[in-house]
Design a protein around this ligand. Structure first.
Ligand SMILES: [Zn+2]
Length: 114
């Protein structure tokens, strides 16, 4: 609980989180997710084009674009969420994610404090 967290150096309760890994993770995850979904996006484009053919050549183009766009969007969003989740774990377990607003002391959350 952040409410009970206080600085181990000066006992101030003005503690902020830095969330470096979470922010980096969401950026990396978005890029990785978008890149990783490129193949899926192409598959979506093909499926969209195949469906669009029923509506004619123009429908095929729009169907393909919509399929590719949906694939990239979903891939990016999923990657962002996954990256943020991984980053959050790194933040709370590995990095000194808490920073005292009064003395600037950075520290990590005590592992067994409830
Ligand atoms: Zn402090």
């Amino acid at each position: 609980m952040n409410h009970f967290l206080c600085c181990p150096r000066c006992n101030s309760t003005k503690i902020s989180t830095r969330d470096y890994a979470r922010k980096a993770g969401s950026v990396v995850g978005t890029a990785a997710g978008a890149a990783g979904s490129a193949a899926a996006a192409l598959g979506g484009a093909e499926a969209g084009a195949a469906l669009g053919i029923v509506a004619g050549p123009i429908g095929s183009i729009f169907g393909g674009l919509a399929g590719a766009l949906m694939g990239a969007l979903f891939g990016g969003a999923a990657g962002c969420a996954a990256g943020a989740a991984v980053g959050e774990v790194i933040d709370t377990t590995v990095l000194e994610n808490y920073e005292c607003q009064d003395c600037g002391h950075a520290f990590s959350k005590p592992p067994s404090q409830s």
